[in-house]
Structure formats: C-alpha cells, structure tokens
Design a protein around this ligand. Structure first.
Ligand SMILES: Cc1cc2nc3c(=O)[nH]c(=O)nc-3n(C[C@H](O)[C@H](O)[C@H](O)COP(=O)(O)O)c2cc1C
Length: 177
C-alpha cells in the first residue's frame, strides 16, 4: 500500500536516511525500493517500477539533497518510469489520486537556507521541481518531511525525526487502511 522509493548513492554510509528508514521500514504494508541497491548500473526496469507504483496508494520519495535536488538515480527514475501514457499525457492516469510524500535530508541547517546564507535561498525555493513532478502526474502532494542539518542534530534528533516520520505514516495507514 505504501511504496517508499529510497535513493541514497551510498546507502551503507548513510546516517540520516538510514535512521529514517529504520524508523518506518517495519510498518505494515510498506515496501522499500532502494534504487541504488537495485540498480547499481543505473539500468532501471521501468515495468517493474510501474508495477510497484500500481500497487501503492502512497508513494514516498526519500533521499538526501545532493546539489539542491534529488540524487541522479532518482532523477533518472523520474525520467524512465514516469513516462508519457503512464504518468502523464494521453491515457497517463496511473498515478492519479495516489498520495505522494517527499522526505528529504539536508546537510545545511535552516539558517543556511536564507537569501544571505550559503545556499542563497529559502529551502522551499528548491522544492518546486519535485513537487510539480508529483502534481503533473496527478498525485496529491502531502506536506514534505525535511530534516535539516542531518549530521548535526545527533542521534536524539534523528530519533525524534524518525518517530515523527513513523507517526505520519501510521496516521496515514489508520486513515486509509
Ligand atoms: C554530492 C553531495 C551534494 C550535496 N549537496 C547538498 C545540498 O545541495 N544542500 C545541502 O543542504 N546538503 C547537501 N549535501 C549534504 C547531504 O544532503 C547530507 O550529507 C545528507 O542529507 C545526510 O544524509 P545521510 O546521512 O543519509 O547521507 C550534499 C552531499 C553530497 C555528498
């Protein structure tokens, strides 16, 4: 019922995304598709990915922010899986009405995401491309979960974010189950 598409270029070196995943992975009805484990050669199987999407009512895109957006393999997944006639265009209604949740972690703390900060913009300035990808495909864009300063909030901070993530998904399951 929930498809969690996880994109971390080095999953075994991950701290923050791993903590978030560990907090939710045993929820009932949740399937984790870890793209960099599944496709180390970037040779995505679009039909298999679409079959997973078809079975889901909530799609999660979870990844670290790399150069202000999604890691390359998730971008390629968008390009190859969300195709004309499937996700948009004539007959492209497969994702209509599904919910979509974006879960992103950043290295930068919130005050780096300001006009005068190192990243030059509010974090929300970097969200429209992924948000509009979801909306163009007819999904319902849920409020994102963004964990800033992922390597500075410590184990307790990550545990709190993981608990909040799990509660979001448990509430969704309770409402849609
Ligand atoms: C190639 C690369 C690019 C990155 N770009 C950004 C960025 O644009 N903005 C930012 O806040 N952090 C950036 N970071 C930091 C990561 O987002 C951060 O280390 C990650 O979210 C931590 O999660 P993890 O422990 O699961 O890897 C970048 C890290 C790497 C390796």
């Amino acid at each position: 019922m929930i498809l969690l598409v996880h994109a971390h270029p080095h999953p075994r070196q991950s701290v923050a995304n791993r903590a978030l995943l560990d907090a939710v992975r045993n929820l009932p009805g949740l399937t984790v598709q870890s793209l960099y484990d599944a496709y180390p050669d970037f040779d995505i199987d679009p039909a298999a990915e679409r079959a997973r999407l078809d079975a889901a009512r909530l799609v999660i895109w979870q990844h670290p922010i790399h150069w202000y957006g999604a890691p390359a393999l998730l971008k390629l997944w968008f390009e190859e899986v969300l195709s004309y006639g499937y996700a948009y265009g004539e007959g492209g209604t497969a994702l209509h009405g599904k919910d979509c949740l974006w879960v992103a972690t950043t290295g930068g703390p919130p005050d780096w995401y300001t006009p005068d900060g190192p990243h030059g913009h509010e974090f929300s300035a970097f969200a429209p491309a992924v948000k509009q990808t979801a909306r163009f495909c007819g999904t319902n864009w849920l409020p994102p979960l963004v964990v800033h300063a992922a390597h500075h909030i410590g184990a307790d901070g990550l545990a709190a974010q993981g608990a909040a993530y799990r509660k979001r998904l448990q509430d969704w399951i309770d409402t849609h189950g």
